[in-house]
Design a protein around this ligand. Structure first.
Ligand code: FES
Length: 201
């Protein structure tokens, strides 16, 4: 293979899907795929941080990037989504995330870097029960198999664990803890580095 060909391979792009809803109570709609540059295959295998461009992530949308072989969701929550977080804390198994994996700087009810962008949630999209991938259930109310009291969040299809818009698991569900929050930091207003933070993680 030519040197140019090797370089092209090393710069292979990962196509990541985005899913979107128009906000709580609005039906989900598909949005175009977006591309994200990733580190080389060797760097990825070593667990290198991954950069995500959120400049096109509209309120109510989520995107997925791969970090250490795991899907990491980035969700741009609407004010309506954020408002639900304080309405259901009685129903959550671990509302302050005392038993759950997350950096200290995300230890707040939005589970985000709240002094910068409280609406942006960066979270590993793997259920803490047995590792299935939860589904986005952003629409509130009795639809898509959810109860009338559902305010929006995520459902794990394997054994029925449900999570709110901060990835916090509801009581009496199989998942023992909230969804994990990886170390991350903002490189700019629209670029997030996942896998590294300002505290040396
Ligand atoms: S793997 Fe998600 S509830 Fe069992």
């Amino acid at each position: 293979m030519s040197n140019q060909g090797k370089m092209d391979c090393g710069r292979r792009r990962l196509i990541v899907a985005t899913a979107a809803v128009g906000g709580v109570g609005v039906a989900a709609t598909a949005v175009p795929f977006v591309a994200s540059m990733l580190p080389s295959e060797r760097a990825k295998a070593a667990g290198a941080p991954v950069e995500a461009d959120i400049s096109k992530l509209e309120p109510g949308q989520m995107m997925v990037v791969e970090w250490r072989g795991k899907p990491v969701w980035i969700i741009n929550r609407t004010p309506e989504m954020l408002a639900t977080l304080s309405q259901m804390e009685d129903e959550l198994a671990d509302p302050p995330s005392a038993k759950s994996i997350q950096p200290e700087y995300c230890r707040n009810n939005t589970r985000s870097i709240s002094d910068k962008k409280p609406e942006i949630l960066v979270m590993v999209g793997i259920c803490t029960h047995l590792g299935c991938s939860p589904s986005a259930k952003f629409k509130a109310g009795a639809s898509e198999g959810m109860s009338a009291s559902w305010k929006g969040g995520f459902l794990c299809p394997c054994h029925g664990s449900t999570f709110d818009f901060a990835g916090r698991v509801f009581k009496d569900k199989p998942a023992p803890t909230n969804l994990d929050i990886p170390p991350h930091k903002y490189l700019s207003d629209t670029r997030i580095l996942i896998g590294e933070d300002t505290q040396g993680a």
